[in-house]
Design a protein around this ligand. Structure first.
Ligand code: AMP
Ligand code: MG
Length: 286
């Protein structure tokens, strides 16, 4: 199954989250059965990241958005764990700092966008400025309603500069979210993750759904597509995200750069002595 086709938000299309089954697992029955495929995608991603870094001409930006406990942290841990930290980074978008709030809303996103050869994951992103900001009415409608266009222009700028952009919405049901909050409550090692606002935000679920549906409909483009990932099952979420990332990187035309030196020359100049020394060494051992 090609999840790039299945979970894509078609540019210009309406999104109805209530019509998308958050528990979907496709033909995969269990975590155990899906594991080899999942591992294969993650390994492909890791090899392609090596090429992206070596090639040094393009970059990858992965945007993760979701309601609380939908698994953004889990995707980062499981899907990106094999990538080389040299060339990969994660940036978490929190409530804006004083300095961030003193700039336009895209400033902090632009600052963290990947440079050539890099993979950057946004844990939340510039989309918060049309999501939490819209739901909580932190700025007037006249301000946030113009941001979709600004976001599209920003992402076009990144894309034209060689950045491939993938945007994932991790889709969970309210029941699954509550079950995950309860698991956190029962696990002392995860108590630090609990905040009361997680619970109070649940009351705003329909408003968040509306804000996400609008954002995805207005900003899913060919250059920067949105994918809605069924995320009630963590293993399926990881499988779908890793397949989409690996398939996309596969099509980036990444290759090792040409050798910049004369290899036989280098061998002769700098390794010849070493080779003869080893030969001598071996001989003297006899
Ligand atoms: P967490 O992802 O759990 O660390 O929480 C980060 C919090 O920062 C979330 O509640 C976000 O909604 C909030 N946040 C992120 N960006 C913004 C923003 N631009 N304006 C207001 N709140 C934000
Ligand atoms: Mg949180």
């Amino acid at each position: 199954m090609d999840y790039r086709k299945k979970f894509l938000v078609e540019p210009g299309a309406k999104v109805r989250l209530s019509k998308i089954d958050a528990s979907y697992t496709g033909e995969h029955e269990t975590h155990e059965k899906a594991l080899p495929e999942n591992q294969a995608h993650v390994e492909r991603m890791d090899k392609l990241q090596y090429l992206l870094y070596a090639d040094g001409n393009q970059s990858l930006l992965v945007v993760l958005q979701a309601l609380d406990a939908a698994g953004k942290d889990g995707v980062i841990r499981h899907v990106f764990s094999g990538m080389n930290p040299q060339g990969t980074s994660v940036f978490g978008f929190k409530h804006p700092s004083k300095e961030e709030a003193d700039h336009d809303f895209l400033w902090r996103a632009h600052l963290r966008a990947p440079g050539k050869g890099e993979v950057v994951v946004f844990n939340r992103s510039h989309y918060e400025d049309v999501l939490v900001v819209r739901v909580h009415k932190l700025v007037p409608r006249s301000v946030w309603s113009k941001r979709y266009e600004q976001i599209n222009a920003f992402e076009t700028t990144l894309s034209r500069a060689g950045t491939t952009i993938l945007k994932f919405f991790l889709h969970i049901s309210p029941e699954e979210q509550l079950a995950r909050f309860k698991q956190r409550l029962d696990d002392p090692s995860r108590h630090w993750k609990i905040s009361e606002s997680d619970y109070s935000e649940r009351k705003l679920w329909p408003q968040y759904v509306e804000a996400y549906e609008t954002a995805m409909a207005l900003t899913s483009t060919k250059r920067a597509p949105w994918y809605v990932i069924p995320a009630n099952h963590k293993w399926f979420r990881n499988l779908a995200v890793s397949q989409i990332i690996a398939d996309t990187m596969d099509e980036m035309g990444l290759k090792l750069p040409p050798t910049r030196v004369n290899l036989p020359d280098i061998r002769r100049k700098y390794h010849a002595a070493e080779q003869s020394k080893t030969r001598v060494g071996k001989r003297s051992l006899k």
